[in-house]
Design a binder for this molecule. Structure first.
Ligand SMILES: NC(=O)c1ccc[n+]([C@@H]2O[C@H](COP(=O)([O-])OP(=O)(O)OC[C@H]3O[C@@H](n4cnc5c(N)ncnc54)[C@H](OP(=O)(O)O)[C@@H]3O)[C@@H](O)[C@H]2O)c1
Length: 262
């Protein structure tokens, strides 16, 4: 599908899934706003995207700061005059037991992963409503369906994202604006470089490439679905967890607790 003439805003564009998504949208002709804190990384990506002959805008922005998000959204609308797709992808996790994490560490995950998504949505939604078109793609995780030991506060931020998206999707019915959550399993990115993950294996044999998830994000931008789980076979595990929680939860809890004890 072509995205020529469409403006796509991607948060967390400086690395991993966000950077790969920029490339996939660029291949399809979209104008792109690249949003993250590390400006130099965004500028490097902008150079890579030059071969696609598209319009780009680098926006240095910490999405957990509502004033910075307001400024970033004004810059985007000033340059492109519209927004067609908002990809709320910026996010991170801090690994550790709730009893060991500080309140600030727990707050910071919610502030970026959940409130960052809220700030971007609140700032771009009025333009989408005015246009009577648009799509919000929120990058959650399978951790939006499974509360796991070691990443409880990260899971909470993604559960919150999924719940918010579901409610918002209902509210926006008939407005021409869609909402879709993309929930991948483990992806090979810098996500696990955070020092809290320590010696934990960064990748599993089943982990996905950022490009695979980026392609799911492109599909999500036109999808009527609430949630796209990547890979789709994992939907079965989510169904099993909701249907037989008394069987699935103890198995998962035990596996993840063993990992935590290592
Ligand atoms: N990797 C996985 O296994 C996995 C699985 C499921 C879901 N996810 C989700 O996928 C999304 C992308 O993660 P990734 O795997 O691509 O990790 P990544 O390579 O570490 O990328 C994270 C991106 O988020 C940006 N970011 C973090 N905090 C930010 C803030 N306060 N303001 C603006 N940008 C911020 C980072 O840019 P700057 O540092 O330059 O700001 C970076 O571009 C996250 O929401 C994550 O929860 C990841």
């Amino acid at each position: 599908m072509s995205f020529k003439g469409k403006t796509v805003v991607i948060t967390g564009a400086s690395s991993g899934i966000g950077a790969a998504s920029c490339i996939e949208f660029a291949k399809r002709g979209a104008s792109l706003a690249l949003v993250a804190r590390r400006k130099e990384k965004l500028e490097e990506l902008e150079k890579t995207l030059a071969k696609f002959d598209i319009n780009t805008l680098v926006c240095e922005c910490n999405v957990s700061d509502k004033m910075q998000v307001q400024k970033m959204s004004s810059q985007v609308i000033k340059k492109f005059g519209r927004i067609d797709i908002l990809v709320n992808n910026a996010g991170f996790a801090i690994y550790g037991r709730v009893s060991d994490l500080t309140i600030e560490e727990i707050e910071s995950q919610m502030q970026t992963n959940y409130f960052g998504m809220i700030y971007c949505t609140k700032n771009f939604l009025p333009k989408m409503l005015e246009q009577k078109s648009g799509h919000i793609v929120n990058v959650a995780s399978v951790a939006a369906s499974f509360g796991l030991p070691g990443i409880a506060s990260y899971c909470a931020s993604k559960f919150a994202m999924l719940g918010f998206s579901e409610g918002l999707k209902h509210e926006l019915k008939g407005t021409g604006i869609g909402v879709t959550v993309v929930s991948p399993i483990m992806v090979r990115t810098s996500f696990f470089d955070h020092q809290s993950f320590g010696q934990m294996p960064k990748y599993s044999p089943t982990s996905l490439s950022a490009k695979t998830v980026a392609k799911a994000i492109v599909s999500a931008a036109n999808s009527p679905r609430l949630e796209i789980i990547v890979p789709s076979v994992v939907r079965g595990a989510v169904w099993a967890k909701h249907t037989f929680p008394y069987i699935i939860n103890p198995i998962l809890g035990s596996a993840f607790r063993k990992q935590m004890a290592k």
